[in-house]
Ligand binder design. Structure first.
Ligand SMILES: NC(=O)c1ccc[n+]([C@@H]2O[C@H](COP(=O)([O-])OP(=O)(O)OC[C@H]3O[C@@H](n4cnc5c(N)ncnc54)[C@H](O)[C@@H]3O)[C@@H](O)[C@H]2O)c1
Length: 243
């Protein structure tokens, strides 16, 4: 790959997505990202010199127009995600639709948008941010976990269909990472949540967005040429089972 890769990150304004944007920019990629949080997105875009679009990843028309205007892309990181803390019996169809739309269907639409160029070029890196919840389940996050399990099946299928084009697809499975998503849960349910989350890991701490971004950076790079269809935990050992 002689020229710099052009990378697209969804939900890049904060948390893990912002760390991924910074990592890929540091790695010399040309970075574009979208997020529904316009003020935070604009600040980060100025900081790293990225193309930023203030769009919702579930708005198919806005996504298609932006991909058309800002693309093509050699690297896609499907990161945008939302969770919900409630027992399944306390949720309703509107909750399920929202969780599936952001966590799963947006991954479909962005992947669908970028793949034709990657196939034509014979090179591409797709990294989907799933979750350990997708392979272990989550008490109080059944639909979120189902959506993330869907992301794993989708990733492996895209890896199978696109290996012949030189396009790899891998999933990164964060455990509890200190981001606005987790801080919100701690604020809502108290400090005990932090301890409970730390105790899910063998390392007995929350991870940082930068620790996730480092793994994404590798998978998004030309160096990861023989890694595809993988689900890689960045979860302090949470994937091993009971800590
Ligand atoms: N933080 C964790 O502990 C953890 C654990 C496992 C998986 N994950 C996954 O990692 C990814 C990033 O999570 P995070 O912790 O950084 O979350 P976060 O809430 O801190 O940041 C998510 C970003 O995505 C944006 N976003 C959300 N919905 C959007 C939409 N509909 N359209 C556009 N932008 C949208 C938000 O504005 C925000 O900037 C998510 O897919 C999440 O499910 C996080």
């Amino acid at each position: 790959m002689a020229s710099a890769s052009r990378a697209l990150i969804t939900g890049g304004a904060k948390g893990i997505g912002a760390a991924v944007c910074r990592q890929l920019a540091r790695d010399g990629m040309i970075v574009a990202f979208c997020d529904r949080d316009a003020p935070s997105g604009r600040i980060l875009a100025d900081e790293i010199g990225a193309n930023f679009a203030p769009i919702d990843v579930t708005d198919d028309q806005a996504v298609a127009s932006w991909l058309e205007a800002a693309g093509p892309f050699d690297v896609l990181v499907n990161n945008a995600g939302v969770d919900q803390h409630a027992f399944f019996t306390d949720t309703n169809r509107a909750d399920w639709r929202r969780l599936l739309a952001v966590n799963l269907e947006a991954t479909f639409s962005f992947t669908h948008g970028v793949l034709p160029h990657m196939q034509k070029r014979g090179y591409g890196r797709i990294v989907n941010i799933a979750s350990e919840a997708g392979r272990l389940g989550s008490k109080g996050g059944a639909v979120y976990a189902a959506a993330k399990a869907g992301v794993l099946g989708f990733t492996r299928s895209i890896a199978r269909e696109n290996a012949r084009f030189g396009v790899t697809a891998n999933a990164v499975l964060p455990g509890p990472i200190c981001t606005p998503m987790v801080e919100k849960a701690i604020e809502e349910f108290g400090e005990k949540v932090r301890m409970d989350l730390e105790n899910l890991t063998l390392l007995r701490r929350l991870g940082t967005p930068e620790e996730v971004a480092a793994v994404v950076g590798f998978l998004a790079s030309p160096a990861a040429s023989f890694v595809t269809g993988e689900a890689i935990g960045v979860s302090g050992g949470m994937g091993c089972g009971a800590a």
